[in-house]
Design a protein around this ligand. Sequence first.
Ligand SMILES: [Zn+2]
Length: 198
Amino acid sequence: MAPNTSRSREPGAVPLRKRPDTPLSGFVSGCRAIAFALFAAVFLVTSRADAAQAREILREDERSMLAFVAAAMDVRVDPAEPLPVVHLASRTTLARFREAMAPQWGFRPHVIINAYAVASNEIYLDDASEYYKRMHRTLDDSLAHELVHYLQVRYRRLDLTDESCEMEAVTIQTAYREHLALMARFARGARHEKNRSS
Ligand SMILES: [Zn+2]
């Protein structure tokens, strides 16, 4: 009985062959063109949004930054002590950040923010330019801040929930930012003198 059933379906295929003559085909291709244009527009808007998300880069060397921070804290850096691994938000995953921070904070964060993960000895940094422009800070001085927390934990065995830890980190972060600004001013002055003498 099966062959009969399949034959009985054949007439149903006729309208399909006739489709190019119907006005519906114009409507369908019009819809396709609109869908394609919409897709292209969405793609353009999305890629523009990605381009607008400017990212900061670290300009200073982590070792010399650590030396500055350690001197400010009167800590002697032990070369055998492992340095923290630095993760930039644009190059890591929220899942990894959550896993690192949830036991320490007691909740699962929704976004990657600047933090020192004690158990995994990692530093996470939000590298979105917009944040630093708004806060008048730099990615470098944020790393200096987290390096203070690293030294507080690994060398002084302090508990980061202690408010004095955050106060010390902010103070040294500010000192480091001013130090960098001073260095930049010296470099500009030196270039100016060189140009005058040549
Ligand atoms: Zn802090």
